[in-house]
Design a binder for this molecule. Structure first.
Ligand SMILES: Nc1nc2c(ncn2[C@@H]2O[C@H](COP(=O)(O)OP(=O)(O)OP(=O)(O)O)[C@@H](O)[C@H]2O)c(=O)[nH]1
Ligand SMILES: [Mg+2]
Length: 379
């Protein structure tokens, strides 16, 4: 009996490979979906794996006819065949999900780790890192330190920090354009996460420290107070502010500010569940695609809410994540979960309400130190 695995991007393609190798009488023993490539099970390409044999004899259930999965898949009409393949693929995905969940929740996965590593596991959990992410980070170290006679506490800490730094992707700080060819940066995100305050911090930084001409545009005209909030900051920092009521307005506002090196676009907070308002903003951003779109997330939000926000705000094609309100976290471990669940790199971290001081550029080593504790701000 020959048993072989066939891998392809779709169930249909995998079944075709089975048929070519083993013919119509092949028997499907097992199917599963998995992600090829990616990091921490995120990203990568979805692939289907079919394990098949050329001669397993199974007891016929009725009528003496032995119908194999492949027979059924190929002898039905094309539409039924597609339907069957898609159901099988869904079942295979469900199986993989169940395997994933049981892998992440199995109580014994850390039981065989060396004591020092279990100590780190407990420490990361106490910092607010999720169980699954903590295991993903530490698991490869179990084999590494088991192979060494004695790994010092300092060396182990270094290894953990290195693993965390590698898991946290960060973006370069904003680079300015030049007068006549400004870089346009938009901040989008749910309500109240700190978009306007962060724009004020960033604008102040570039004006006061870099001495560059900066302009502001607000699309948040739903509340008078919102325009006034940014106008107050614009007056203090002494930068021009344009208010855009429509997508066409945005275009002319950007033209009026074209002598700036950098333009920040403030947007109205959107609930990720309000589809209509989400689409409104999309129309604005379509008229002139900003050079950078930062999705602003409050680090205090629940993991499931963050996952939903990252998913729903995909319509604006954000290329960076900006994390706010780190000062409100009891510990910064959750940053690791957020940084690994969002595909975009992290650009800035904000650490309080003070304009312009409470903001810093996201750097992997600094984030790793915040996540693991023993660094900088008291979180
Ligand atoms: N603790 C803390 N508060 C912050 C931080 N950033 C902003 N805030 C506060 O969060 C509140 C909301 O900030 P805004 O800048 O108005 O938030 P927004 O995202 O523009 O809100 P909407 O425009 O209503 O969607 C304000 O009270 C800010 O002072 C931060 O890093 N830490
Ligand atoms: Mg605002």
């Amino acid at each position: 009996m020959n048993v072989k695995k066939f891998v392809a991007p779709t169930m249909e393609a995998a079944l075709a490979k089975v048929k070519t190798s083993f013919g119509r009488d092949a028997v499907i023993l097992h199917t599963r979906c998995f992600n090829a490539g990616g990091f921490f099970g995120l990203g990568g390409r979805r692939m289907v794996e079919v394990t098949a044999s050329d001669e397993v004899r199974v007891q016929a259930r009725s009528g003496g006819a032995q119908a194999t999965a492949l027979d059924q898949a190929y002898q039905t009409s094309p539409s039924r065949r597609d339907g069957l393949a898609s159901i099988k693929s869904d079942i295979a995905c469900l199986k993989t999900m169940i395997e994933d969940v049981s892998r992440h929740t199995r109580p014994s996965s850390t039981a065989f780790w060396p004591d020092e590593l279990r100590g780190w596991h407990r420490h990361l959990l106490s910092r607010g890192v999720g169980e699954a992410v903590a295991v993903e980070i530490l698991e490869p170290l179990a084999a590494r330190i088991a192979g060494n006679d004695k790994t010092s506490a300092t060396a182990l800490r270094q290894m953990v920090i290195e693993r965390v730094s590698q898991a946290v992707k960060t973006a370069d700080p904003i680079k300015m354009g030049r007068p006549g060819s400004p870089v346009v940066v938009a901040l989008v995100g749910p309500t109240g996460v700190g978009k306007t305050t962060t724009i004020a911090k960033l604008a102040a930084h570039f004006v006061l420290r870099e001495r560059q001409p900066v302009g502001l545009v607000t699309l948040d005209t739903y509340r008078i107070a919102a325009v006034e909030q940014l106008r107050t900051y614009a007056r203090i920092i002494d930068v021009p502010l344009e208010v855009a009521l429509s997508p066409e307005d945005l275009k002319s506002a950007l033209e009026r500010l074209c002598e700036c090196s950098l333009i920040f676009v403030d947007t109205a907070g959107r609930s990720q569940r309000d589809k209509m308002k989400m689409n409104d903003l999309k129309n604005f951003l379509c008229i002139r695609r900003p050079d950078q779109v930062h999705l602003v997330l409050s680090a205090t939000a629940e993991r499931t809410a963050i996952r939903e926000i990252v998913d729903k705000f995909k319509i604006y094609r954000p290329d960076r994540i900006l994390l706010t309100k780190l000062d409100e976290l009891p510990a910064c471990g959750k940053l690791l979960d957020i940084a690994t669940l969002a595909p975009q790199p992290v650009s800035y971290l904000t650490t309080g309400q003070d304009v312009p001081d409470d903001i810093e550029t996201a750097r992997p080593e600094r984030m790793a130190a915040l996540i693991a504790g023993e660094d900088g701000i008291d979180c």
